[in-house]
Every structure is written in structure tokens, then in C-alpha cells.
Design a protein around this ligand. Structure first.
Ligand code: UDP
Length: 239
């Protein structure tokens, strides 16, 4: 059945940390299976889903640069790490019968298409899931910023950020008992209070373009489908 309310096209941002799940290193297949099942369900409702995949389970450029590596090179290593996650997600989706394309910002033609926005849109219109890898292809950015940029460029209505917590709080809920969750926030509040939504570059890009951000608990039962449908979930940052 086609979905006639809510979003038509979304960008789902998956952090690399989520991919690690309970594993010490690399990828937890159970997590990828769970996420793939949910994406398959959302796509079957006719919603166009693009995914931006992070790489924090593989490599974080900024951390390695603090430990002596040249920042640019470390960031490129981080971007390459995201592609490993992309291929894992692609594999699980394809085995569910969902057509996918991985598009990377760094060319690697044996494993992925180049990022071509108009082609990405065409894939989405055909019901394929487009998985964006290698971030923006430039150091000093994050995959959160990539998610915002890709959403804007392909005309998505929202960025859906699946995380480990069920929304945005006024303090870290894992450390501060009584931390209060926001249902709705505006961008300025996120920036001035330094709330943990996305990095400031990503938030300001969304702010400048009126692009909504939904922060939700990725692993909560049924959450991905609800977020993709545009149902009320987690915290929404919007104009
Ligand atoms: N990265 C980058 N430019 C980008 C996106 C990512 O340099 O446009 C690098 C950066 O080093 C980052 C790493 O890739 O630490 C992994 O991405 P990110 O930290 O955003 O992953 P997540 O936190 O979502 O797991």
C-alpha cells in the first residue's frame, strides 16, 4: 500500500557505532539484519529511502589525528571505513530482495557507483535503496553533515538520525537521572545549548535550508519504519 501522509523521500543516517552492536570489532550481523528488515518494510510502503552510513566502528579521523596522524589522511581512512559498512548493509538488503545501489563520494568502481545526484534520484524513483558511502569525500566533515547535504541535494524531506538514545535530552540521560527529553526543538536552541543532535556544521546546514532532523532510538522495535513514515517519534528539530 502506498503511504499518503508523512515523508515521500527521506535520508536515514546510520552511525557506524550502531553497526558494531555487541561486537568488539567491525560489524554485528544481527544489527545489520535488523536495520535491513526495517528498511525493506519501509520501502515496501512506497517511501523512498536513501541511507548515509557512518564509520565510527571502523575509524575516526579526528581521534587518530590527535594521536599524531595527519588529519586529512586520517579522515580519508575514516571515509573508506564507511564503505565497508555500506557494503554490509547492501548485502543484507539484497538478500531480502530489495534492490540497492551504493554510491560513494570517493570513486571505487569495482564496488560502488560514483555519487551522481540525478542518478541517485532515479534509483529512488524506481524503488531502490541508495546507500551513500565515503561521506562527502572531503576531510573535516562528518557523515552527519553528509546526511544533511545529500538530503538537500536529492530533495528529501527529512534527515532521520537513528542513535542509541530515544531523542534529544537537556543532559546525558545515561549519566543524569531526571534528564528531560525534548519532543521538538528549533535549530538555534540546539546550537546555543550545545545539544547532542548532530555536529554544528550539520545542524547549521539544516537550519539554513529548513530541513527537519528527527533523532530516534535506532534499535527500538518498529522505530525505523515509524520514523520513515513520518510518525511522531523521538525528537524533531525543525523550523
Ligand atoms: N569523514 C570525513 N568526511 C566526511 C565524512 C566522514 O572525513 O564527509 C571521516 C571522519 O574521519 C570521520 C569518519 O569518516 O571520523 C567516520 O565518519 P563519522 O565519524 O561521521 O561516522 P559515525 O559517527 O556516524 O559513525
Amino acid at each position: 500500500a502506498m503511504h499518503d501522509t508523512g515523508w515521500k523521500r527521506v535520508v536515514l543516517k546510520l552511525s557506524g557505532e550502531a553497526f558494531a552492536g555487541g561486537e568488539q570489532l567491525g560489524i554485528d550481523p544481527g544489527v545489520v539484519q535488523y536495520v535491513a528488515d526495517a528498511i525493506a518494510a519501509a520501502v515496501s510502503e512506497g517511501i523512498e529511502v536513501a541511507v548515509v552510513v557512518g564509520g565510527g566502528n571502523m575509524f575516526r579521523g579526528a581521534e587518530m589525528s590527535e594521536r599524531g596522524m595527519e588529519r586529512g589522511r586520517a579522515d580519508y581512512m575514516g571515509m573508506l571505513g564507511t564503505v565497508i559498512n555500506c557494503l554490509a548493509l547492501q548485502d543484507f538488503l539484497e538478500r531480502l530482495g530489495v534492490d540497492t545501489r551504493v554510491q560513494t563520494a570517493i570513486h571505487m568502481s569495482q564496488v560502488a557507483e560514483a555519487y551522481i545526484p540525478r542518478r541517485a534520484i532515479r534509483h529512488l524513483e524506481k524503488g531502490r535503496v541508495v546507500i551513500f558511502g565515503a561521506g562527502l569525500g572531503a576531510p573535516f566533515f562528518s557523515t552527519d553533515t553528509t546526511a544533511a547535504q545529500r538530503a538537500l541535494e536529492i530533495g528529501a524531506q527529512a534527515v532521520l538520525k537513528g542513535t542509541q538514545v530515544d531523542g534529544v535530552y537537556d543532559a546525558d540521560p545515561r549519566r543524569t537521572p531526571g534528564a528531560v527529553r525534548f519532543d521538538r526543538l528549533d535549530y538555534n536552541e540546539v546550537l546555543t545549548r550545545g545539544l547532542k543532535v548532530m555536529d554544528a556544521t550539520a545542524v547549521s546546514l539544516c537550519m539554513d535550508n529548513g530541513l527537519p532532523i528527527v533523532v530516534f532510538d535506532l534499535m527500538g522495535q518498529g522505530n525505523i519504519v515509524r520514523a520513515v513514515r513520518g510518525e511522531k517519534i523521538g525528537t524533531i528539530v525543525c523550523p
